[in-house]
Design a binder for this molecule. Structure first.
Ligand SMILES: Nc1ncnc2c1ncn2[C@@H]1O[C@H](COP(=O)(O)OP(=O)(O)OP(=O)(O)O)[C@@H](O)[C@H]1O
Length: 494
């Protein structure tokens, strides 16, 4: 990845020094002696498996929750933030995995709110423009957040933090929702921000990218710091070993080919228009056969969202026809929005997924047993089946959703960025689950991912969406050649 070289200037004080931090939630020991020292003017990658405690540690750094024990210094001085307001005043900003913007408000209104009354609306509009120009994170200040695609919502979160003059930014898995080129832009921007004296804590699961962009790395495992050091002195394998704690079983499975099996999904001239009448998916013909995984690529707003929802049965095409199996599992991109109710327990969220077929008669003891099975099979770190969904880490919520959908033994699975927020081990497991489902019986899977490597590891049947048109890209003779996909993504050769 082409990002500017690291700046290795002298780094005087530590921007953040969290030492021997402990934190429990009830019986769950989230942090058990975690230490993270972040140099001013550096990018510091914070790595670890799902549930390792990364988010908890940074929520403490951001003043959202207090530590049970441990010391916290900001720029060499002990601090005790009572709330986010304190840490924001101290120049810290945090962009969460699940965005905190108010959807009904515009970008500028969200920035104004974030200033706790310090911003006037016109100042906020100017601040959005100023930050956009300085960072390349361009946004229409008057756009309603609800109308923005997920990547743009994230840009709005970053812009909001910068508009409040944060010099230390905590980004919780920022690239999970970005396309590869958007990620590169963000990394480039992070390097410039750090070179100008800013400090970034980057929570991520992408080890290679972390080593490429960060100055320093800290790895947490089960709430403890197990590795810390300069990124350029660390081997990728050593970092992965520190994250998982033991040898990782290589998935090693070959990508699946097209088959001539029975038809599982068929679209004929399927088009989708949005509420404003704009065409989102243009007269699409597509067949997915048993035994296949169809990989879907596309940049934001290219039509893949509508394509996947038509196949999953979440929306009907405005014209044309769709043939789909009776049972289709769906793993949507935004799990908190579309897949779960955070306040409900895992058991309740399990029952919810097939509430329509239960006709109000829920066997709660049975649902509880199934939830426990999903927890065990998918290694979901949770206090139990009666824990609230919101108490799980982001990656563990995703594991539960994938496990729940698979457990219903659907004939087909439709998934959007199914490994978003998952660590290396969980990612391998989800990819294996998708292959398994496609190979078992008469199944098939349709998977959209922003990660081309992930799609190429899964399948050789790939379609690319561009401006609402869905086009199949034949596998290139050289399997390492990415150029046909790159061209299709920008609508070249169409
Ligand atoms: N508010 C809470 N109530 C109960 N348990 C919690 C709460 N917040 C976090 N935990 C638990 O603490 C542990 C650490 O969670 P945390 O979110 O910090 O992990 P993470 O490393 O950020 O994981 P991920 O990569 O999946 O986001 C997990 O076992 C989680 O279930």
């Amino acid at each position: 990845m082409a990002v500017p070289a690291r700046a290795h200037g002298p780094v005087s004080a530590l921007a953040l020094a969290l030492t021997d931090i402990h934190k429990s939630f009830g019986d769950t020991r989230a942090l058990d002696g975690a230490t993270c020292h972040v140099r001013r003017g550096s990018i510091h990658a914070l790595l670890g498996e799902n549930g390792a405690g990364k988010t908890t540690l940074m929520r403490i750094a951001f003043g959202m929750i207090p530590a049970d024990r441990g010391t916290y210094e900001r720029s060499g001085r002990p601090v005790r933030f009572a709330s986010e307001r304190d840490s924001i005043s101290a120049g810290i900003g945090m962009v969460h995995q699940h965005f905190m913007l108010i959807p009904a408000f515009t970008v500028a209104e969200n920035v104004a709110l974030g200033g706790h009354g310090r911003f006037r609306a016109s100042d906020a509009v100017a601040a959005v423009r100023r930050v956009g120009e300085a960072t390349g994170l361009a946004l229409d200040p008057h756009a309603r957040v609800a109308d923005l695609p997920i990547g743009a919502q994230q840009r709005a979160e970053i812009v909001r933090a910068l508009a409040r003059n944060a010099d230390t930014l905590i980004l919780d898995e920022p690239t999970a929702v970005l396309t590869p080129s958007e990620s590169e832009d963000l990394y480039r921007w992070m390097r410039r921000f750090a070179a100008a004296g800013g400090t970034v804590v980057l929570i991520t699961h992408r080890v290679r990218e972390a080593l490429g962009v960060a100055d320093d790395v800290t790895v947490l495992r089960r709430g403890r710091t197990v590795l810390t050091g300069a990124a350029d002195a660390l081997e990728e394998n050593a970092v992965v070993a520190a994250i998982v704690g033991d040898a990782l079983a290589a998935d090693g499975a070959a990508p699946l080919d097209a088959t001539d099996g029975p038809v599982v999904f068929a679209l004929q001239g399927a088009s989708v228009r949005d509420a404003a009448g704009r065409v989102r998916l243009r007269a699409t013909d597509l067949v997915v056969r048993a035994g296949e995984v169809l990989g879907v690529l596309g940049v934001e707003g290219a039509g893949q969202r509508e394509l996947l929802r038509v196949l999953a049965g979440r929306i009907a095409p405005t014209s044309g026809s769709v043939q789909r199996p009776a049972t289709v599992g769906f793993v949507p991109e935004d799990r908190l929005e579309d897949a779960v109710i955070p306040e409900f327990t895992l058991t309740e969220n399990l029952a919810l997924a097939h509430a329509g077929t239960l006709r109000g008669r829920v066997d709660w003891a049975q649902e509880h047993r199934v939830a426990e099975r999903v927890i065990a099979q998918y290694d979901v770190r949770a206090a139990g089946a009666e824990a609230a969904m919101r108490s799980l880490s982001g990656g563990n919520q995703q594991r539960f959703v994938v496990g729940r959908e698979r457990h219903r033994a659907p004939q087909a699975l439709v998934a959007e960025n199914p490994t978003r927020g998952l660590d290396v081990r969980a990612t391998a497991r989800v990819l294996a689950t998708i292959r398994e489902l496609a190979r078992a019986g008469q199944g098939a899977a349709v998977v959209y991912s922003t990660d081309l490597d992930e799609i190429l590891a899964l399948t050789r049947r790939i379609v690319v969406c561009f401006d609402g048109t869905v086009r199949e890209v034949a596998p290139p003779a050289d399997p390492t050649d990415r150029s046909p996909y790159a061209r299709a993504l920008v609508g070249a050769d169409a």
